[in-house]
Structures are given as structure tokens and as C-alpha cells.
Design a protein around this ligand. Structure first.
Ligand code: PRX
Length: 660
């Protein structure tokens, strides 16, 4: 996206409606007023170390206290609370039991075929300990990466926590990714262990996870993987290899239900999570224990204004950062009740979400704009059939929300009673960075509103100078924060180049570049405009155009490929691929379908191109660079505008128009 004043004002609906929280909501909120919020922001601005220290001391339990809040010596490889020792599972489980919450529900789980289960804090700790002991019995050591490739079942959460209990970082791979993607991640992380299931249920189908693990191992991951633990979920026949594959239920059967939490250093790794960037393969974002614990804890508490009797539900998958931070660690660290659902709404059950809210009296609901838009499309008659009166707060995440969807969400789902928190953040930021604090400020549909206390956001141009009010620019974060990523696994150079070297800054030696464009309005509210790099967001799922292009060219028929995002009413963006074929292949519907399926098997169904345009001519500059700007206009059916004088062959444009 090219950013300038004109497009930021023209392209984005100027939205001036404001919605204050109700008096009742504000009165009982943790942060009750704009003044309280601004005081906190000021406190953090004046003395960040003191600010973070005050929360780290009170909100986190330490086995050994830290001495330093922030170590900048190797910046931008910042280190938080470096001398401290802790275990995040102690903060998520043990301490609540010690505080008398042992019988409180930690996890409510609803299975896709209609089965369900609840775990109290005591139950969850026992299961985590058993799983932790089972991992130890298989030889998992502190510091060794464990890959988790699972459906949305309680064991996914238990496996993550079991790893954290014994100090083994986890690398969760979304269950919708293909065996190829799994293989890449396992090899990159050097994960010797995989925890998976025989299969999982998704949209009335069974996904064969163990089969995908087997093919990942057969096609290269076998050089790395020693052991596979398999949870029985679907009961479908699968093959189990002697001495390599172990059933979870058999391993756990005789394990002790107590496992001492490993004493971990603040900066030990908690997990790696892969995310797409504009270049190369997905990058393994590294998060470490203490800072992440503090940031997910605090943001969860502030943003969801959590009360002891709340039933909180985030509809994300644990395979994404939202699931890590706001299904598992944030809620549990706060001693809350978190709900997990195995399925997604599907044509055969469009009311699935509302039924769950009604059944469990969910009070806080956190979902993605794409989901809201699809509910809107199928009409309010569906949610209107259910009792949603337990809801008191609604949230969105992952992509910009259009004001119409925001208003619909507030009106139809929230009965105009619930504030909406539109939360902006990233895999890299660990937790939310920009969001309303629901009792404190007025919301505006489509704006994530203000940065949280301690988070210093600025919008700048390429030279690093602050842009004017309402002018589009690059979103940067000026000060380090505890939940920030620490590096890219195995590639610290890419970490520096992707996030820290892009924008020069006059006052701060290191500013974090988020990859998003944004503007700030007269009230200081942030309006996210989308990615400014070659990353596209399909239903809030982040995909690199280069990743999809590599998948395309790995098909025998494809000579060259260029991928762009096209605006899509439902999904935010849809993938359009321009492809030129090898000489001995001919364009046909069958070939196009085959290429689409090839991308699915290389990456996963989320990367399936909506449209493939076969063409002989891709628009290139004289130096051979593909001019994506032209392709984006063509894909969206817009007039190609702007300078095209750098095109190597201007006749390409006419040919392309014919092909598109
Ligand atoms: O472009 C922004 C968009 O999602 C990107 C981060 O993607 P990911 O790391 O997969 O994490 C998604 C869940 C936190 C951002 O760079 N994004 C995220 N939240 C919002 C958003 N765009 C607009 N509004 C949001 N609330």
C-alpha cells in the first residue's frame, strides 16, 4: 500500500460516531475513566521502568525476584526482568489453587460433535502435571522444543502447559496447516517431539492430523523427529510406528499427578510461533517467559475488564497467537474461566456460536471481523433465536473492522449494551497494543482507539518524521514493552532487518516497525489501514505473497507467479494469483483447479487462491521486478493509475487486461 494524505482520507470512511460506555459499566470497571487511563499513560511515559516494575511485582509470582526491569545492553535484543525466576504454569494454575480457587472452572470445552468437558483449576493442574511427567518419561528435556499439532481440544492447552511446566518451549502449528508447512516448521525449530491427535473435527469433516504428521516425517522431518505422542480424538484407524509413536492416554495412565514446576529464568523461551513476513519462509517468532506472562496478564485484565464470575470466550484457534495469549496464558494467569470450542460455525449450524453463549452464559466474547461479517450476511434472525443476555463485553481482533460490521455486532449481538474492544496487535507483540479500555473511553466504529499505557505509538513517514494528524504513515512503537518478541528463531539478522532497521528515528535509537499503515485522528485515535508490506490478510490470517508464490511455482506447470490481495467484503482480502505457464502446458479449468489444490497441499486451505489468472505477461520493470501495484489494480477491477513508465514492455498491460 502506498501511503499519503490523500489516500488515507479518501479511502477510509470518515467515521465520527462515538459510543461512550454506560455509567454502570464504567463504575464497576477496573479502569473507570478517561482521567484514570490518562494518568496511567502519563505515569508510564514519565518513568517506564517504575511503571512496569510496579505491575511485575504485584501481578506475577516469582521464585526469585529480579533486580533489573529492563536490560538495554544488547538492544534491540531487549531483556526484561533478567535475574528473575518463575514458572508461568505456577502463575496460571498453582497460585490460584493456593488462593482458594481450586474448584473454580479454569476451562470449559465444547466439542464439535456436541461432547463437552469442564476442568477446575485443580483438575487442570493434575492433567498438566501428568502430561508433564509423561513428556519427561519420553525424554523431553528442559529447553528442548516440542511441536504441538492439534485440534481445539483440551489436550492442546494441557500439552502447551505441560511443556511450560518442564521448561520445554512449545511450537504450536495450526491444525489447518498442511503436512508440508508442518515439516518446514518442525525442521526450522529442530523439534524432536510432536504432540498430535489421530484427527480433529472441522466443519462436519474429519481432518487427519496423524496422517499429516506421518507424511511430514516421511518427507524430511524424520531427520529431526524422534517421538510422536498421539491423542485419540476421532477413533479412526491410524498407523502407529513402534517405539516412535505413543498414545497419550497410555503414556499418562500411570503418571503421578504432581510435577514440580521447573525453575525458569525470565528470559528462557516459552514458545516459538511461526508467522508470515513479506520475504522468505514463515519466521519463528520467539517469546520468553516473564515479559510475555506479564503482558498477557495485564492486557487481559485491563481490556476485558475481567471479573471473578466472568465466562470468557475467545473463538480463535490455539494455533495462532490469539489462542496462545487470550485462550491460554492471559485468562489462566488471571484465574479466569476460559471457554474453548472445537468447531467453527458452518452452514449446517450457523447458530453454533450463539448456542454456546446461551448454554454457558458467556459474558465476554472475542472474535474476528470476518466471522462477524459472515453472521451479518446470514441475517439477524439466527442470533435473535438465542438468549445472549449474559454478554457484557464484546471484542474483535485480527483485521480492520468496517463500521457497518461494528454497529451490527454492537446492536444484534450486544443488544446495544456491550462496549466493543477492537484490539490491534500481532504475533510479534505478544499481547494487545492498541485497544479501548472499555470502562474508560468512548469508542468509534472501526478504530482500535488508543495505545495501552506504556505503549508509545507514532505514525511516521519513510524518513522517520511524524506525519500530520489524519495523514497515513507507518505505524511504529517507540519504546520496548515486556511482551515484545525477542528474536526470530535462528535468524537474528532477519529480526533486525524486518523490525528495527526500516525506519530511522530522531529521538529513539530503536523503534519497532509493525508493518502496518495507520493514521491518528484529532482525538488521538488510531485507525489501522492494513499492511504496507507484501503480507495479505485473508479472514484475519496472515499470509506472505512470496510464500504463496513459492507454493505456486513448485507446481510443474507454473513458470512464474505473482500474488496480490484483492479487497473482499467477507474475508477482508482474497488471494489472486497471476501465473505464467511452462511451455508444454495449456490453460484449462482443470489445470487451474489442480494448481489451487497444490497450494492447499503446500500451505493449507487458508492459502487457497480465490482466482488464478493465467497470462503470458507479467508486468516487470527493466530490472525485472514485478510491478504488483498494477496487478493489484487489475485484480480489483480498478483502473491502473500512477506511473507506468518503468514498465519494461508497455504492451503487457493490454495483454494482461485481456487475461484478467
Ligand atoms: O495488520 C494487522 C492485523 O493483523 C496483523 C497481525 O497478524 P498476526 O500476527 O497474525 O496477529 C493477528 C492477531 C493478533 C497486524 O499487523 N491486525 C490485527 N489486529 C487488528 C489488525 N488490523 C486492524 N485492526 C485490528 N484490530
Amino acid at each position: 500500500m502506498e501511503l499519503n494524505k490523500k489516500n488515507s482520507i479518501n479511502n477510509i470512511l470518515e467515521e465520527n460516531r462515538t459510543f461512550p460506555p454506560s455509567k454502570e459499566f464504567s463504575n464497576s470497571a477496573i479502569i473507570k475513566s478517561k482521567k484514570d487511563l490518562f494518568d496511567l499513560r502519563e505515569k508510564a511515559r514519565k518513568n517506564p521502568n517504575e511503571f512496569w516494575d510496579s505491575y511485575a511485582k504485584t501481578e506475577i509470582d516469582w521464585f526469585r525476584p529480579y533486580e533489573t526491569v529492563l536490560d538495554r545492553n544488547k538492544a534491540p535484543f531487549f531483556r526484561w526482568f533478567p535475574e528473575g525466576q518463575l514458572n508461568i504454569t505456577y502463575n496460571c494454575l498453582d497460585r490460584h489453587i493456593k488462593n482458594g480457587l481450586g474448584d473454580k472452572n479454569a476451562l470449559i470445552w465444547e466439542g464439535e460433535p456436541g461432547d463437552s468437558k469442564t476442568y477446575s483449576y485443580k483438575d487442570l493442574l493434575k492433567e498438566v502435571c501428568k502430561a508433564a511427567n509423561a513428556l519427561k518419561s519420553l525424554g523431553v528435556k528442559k529447553g528442548e522444543l516440542v511441536c504441538i499439532y492439534m485440534p481445539m481440544i483440551p489436550e492442546a492447552m494441557i500439552a502447551m502447559l505441560a511443556c511450560a511446566r518442564i521448561g520445554a518451549p512449545h511450537s504450536v502449528v495450526f491444525g489447518g496447516f498442511s503436512s508440508e508447512s508442518l515439516k518446514d516448521r518442525v525442521i526450522d525449530g529442530n523439534a524432536k517431539f510432536i504432540i498430535t491427535a489421530d484427527g480433529g473435527y472441522r466443519k462436519d469433516k474429519v481432518i487427519e492430523l496423524k496422517k499429516a504428521v506421518d507424511s511430514a516425517i516421511d518427507s524430511g522431518a524424520g531427520d529431526v523427529v524422534n517421538k510422536v505422542i498421539v491423542i485419540k480424538r476421532t477413533n479412526k484407524e491410524i498407523s502407529m510406528k513402534l517405539n516412535r509413536d505413543f498414545w497419550w492416554h497410555e503414556l499418562l495412565e500411570n503418571q503421578d499427578d504432581w510435577c514440580e514446576p521447573e525453575i525458569m529464568n525470565s528470559e528462557d523461551r516459552l514458545f516459538i510461533l511461526y508467522t508470515s513476513g513479506s520475504t522468505g519462509k514463515p519466521k519463528g517468532v520467539v517469546h520468553t517467559i516473564a515479559g510475555y506472562n506479564l503482558w498477557t496478564h495485564l492486557t487481559f485484565k485491563w481490556i476485558f475488564d475481567i471479573k471473578s464470575d466472568d465466562i470468557y470466550w475467545c473463538t480463535a484457534d490455539v494455533g495462532w497467537i490469539t489462542g496462545h495469549s487470550y485462550i491460554v496464558y492471559g485468562p489462566l494467569s488471571n484465574g479466569s474461566t476460559t471457554l474453548m470450542y472445537e468447531g467453527v460455525p458452518r452452514p449446517s449450524n450457523l447458530g453454533a456460536f450463539w448456542q454456546i453463549i446461551q448454554k454457558y452464559k458467556v459474558s465476554i466474547f472475542y472474535t474476528a471481523p470476518t466471522a462477524i461479517r459472515s453472521f451479518m450476511k446470514s441475517g439477524r434472525e439466527i442470533p435473535d433465536k438465542y438468549d445472549l443476555s449474559s454478554l457484557r463485553l464484546l471484542g474483535t481482533v485480527g483485521e480492520p473492522i468496517n463500521p457497518e460490521a461494528w454497529i451490527w455486532y454492537k446492536d444484534v449481538i450486544g443488544n446495544n449494551q456491550c462496549p466493543i474492544v477492537d484490539t490491534w496487535w500481532q504475533t510479534e507483540t505478544g499481547g494487545v497494543m492498541i485497544s479501548p479500555l472499555p470502562g474508560a473511553i468512548d469508542t468509534k466504529p472501526g478504530s482500535a482507539t488508543l495505545p495501552l499505557p506504556g505503549i508509545e505509538v507514532e505514525i511516521v513517514n519513510k524518513e522517520g518524521s511524524r506525519v500530520e494528524i489524519n495523514e497515513g504513515g507507518y505505524l511504529i512503537i517507540r519504546k520496548p514493552w515486556p511482551g515484545m518478541m525477542r528474536t526470530i528463531h535462528g535468524n537474528s539478522q532477519r529480526f533486525l532487518e524486518s523490525y528495527w532497521d526500516f525506519i530511522p528515528h530522531k529521538e529513539e535509537p530503536f523503534v519497532y516497525f509493525a508493518g502496518d499503515g495507520a493514521r491518528i485522528d484529532n482525538d488521538g485515535y488510531v485507525w489501522i489501514m492494513g499492511r504496507v508490506d507484501d503480507v495479505i490478510s485473508v479472514s484475519g490470517h496472515r499470509l506472505g505473497t512470496m510464500e504463496i508464490e513459492s507454493a505456486l511455482v513448485s507446481h510443474e506447470s507454473v513458470a512464474e507467479a505473482a500474488v496480490v490481495g484483492k479487497k473482499d467484503e467477507l474475508k477482508g482480502e482474497a488471494i489472486v494469483a497471476f501465473v505464467s505457464l511452462e511451455k508444454n502446458f495449456k490453460n484449462s479449468d482443470q489445470l487451474v483447479d489442480e494448481i489451487k489444490l497444490h497450494v492447499v497441499s503446500e500451505i493449507g486451505v487458508i492459502a487457497k487462491p480465490e482466482k488464478i489468472i493465467i497470462t503470458d505477461s507479467l508486468p516487470k520493470t527493466r530490472s525485472g521486478k514485478i510491478m504488483r501495484r498494477i496487478l493489484r489494480s487489475l485484480a480489483s477491477g480498478e483502473k491502473v493509475s500512477g506511473d507506468i513508465s518503468t514498465l519494461e514492455d508497455s504492451s503487457v498491460l493490454e495483454k494482461l487486461k485481456k487475461d484478467s
